[in-house]
Design a protein around this ligand. Structure first.
Ligand code: MTE
Ligand code: MO
Length: 224
């Protein structure tokens, strides 16, 4: 009995430290997310399904489009076939949601955002990129410097399968070094802008720069 209590107490030590940093916006998130913190997907491999939109249309090879516009010389739009023809990058990292869940060793494959930005020709005066989604609700942003990193991509595959609808398919943003809320699902628009426009969760209190382990009150929290 005593040893069980001891274990329980040890287990509790880490949790409050993590929760303290989360409190200011977890309350707000729970209030405003119509889906709540939804349960584990069946066969989701530890992923949770998140969507701030009540329903999201399905898009595939016939009707999916990714537009690139804003401060670029060559605005345009890509079909899924266009994206699939482009050189692919593969990155394997742990996925980390800021609310604490984590999926170790997850592979994403896709086209680096820097390649798409170069193809569009970023104009002088550009400083940031805004992302929009065909759920009609979600948005995200990165500085141009972050957007050009080699570990930021428009992902078409997850764990070497096409990304399914629940995980933001057919194409989602994948920002490997940041908490998973930066990785906008159902990506439909990339707009180059002169300044950062805070995304959906950032307008509700999340940090705009979402480096894993160094943001959202996690700076001195344990990383496990
Ligand atoms: N369009 C859209 N993208 C989104 C979200 C969302 O609600 N809508 N949620 C974000 C958050 S908070 C997380 S943790 C991940 C969850 O991705 P998953 O559903 O594939 O696990 O997607 C991110 N991208
Ligand atoms: Mo998240």
């Amino acid at each position: 009995m005593l040893s069980m209590l001891g274990l329980g107490a040890a287990g509790l030590v880490a949790a409050p430290a993590l929760q303290r940093g989360m409190e200011p916006f977890l309350g707000a998130a729970a209030d405003r997310d119509p889906t709540g913190l939804t349960g584990l997907l069946p066969n989701g491999g530890g992923f949770r399904y998140y969507s701030v939109a009540a329903s999201v249309p399905r898009k595939g090879p016939d009707d999916y489009r990714l537009t690139v516009d804003g401060l670029v010389d060559r605005p345009g739009s890509y079909t899924l076939a266009d994206l699939r023809r482009m050189p692919r990058t593969r990155i394997v990292r742990d996925v980390q949601c800021v609310t604490g869940w984590r999926v170790p060793h997850t592979a994403f494959t896709g086209v680096t955002l820097s390649r798409l930005l170069s193809a569009a020709g970023v104009r002088p005066g550009a400083a940031a990129v805004r992302f929009t989604c065909f759920d009609g609700e979600y948005s995200e942003s990165l500085t141009l410097e972050q957007a050009r990193r080699a570990d930021v991509m428009v992902a078409l595959g997850m764990n070497d399968e096409p990304i399914g609808h629940a995980h933001g398919g057919p194409a989602r943003l994948y920002v490997a070094p940041m908490y998973f809320y930066k990785s906008a699902k159902w990506l439909s628009g990339i707009t180059v802008t002169s300044e950062v426009r805070p995304g959906y969760w950032e307008e509700r209190g999340y940090d705009i720069d979402a480096w894993v382990g160094r943001s959202n009150g996690r700076d001195d929290a344990p990383t496990v």
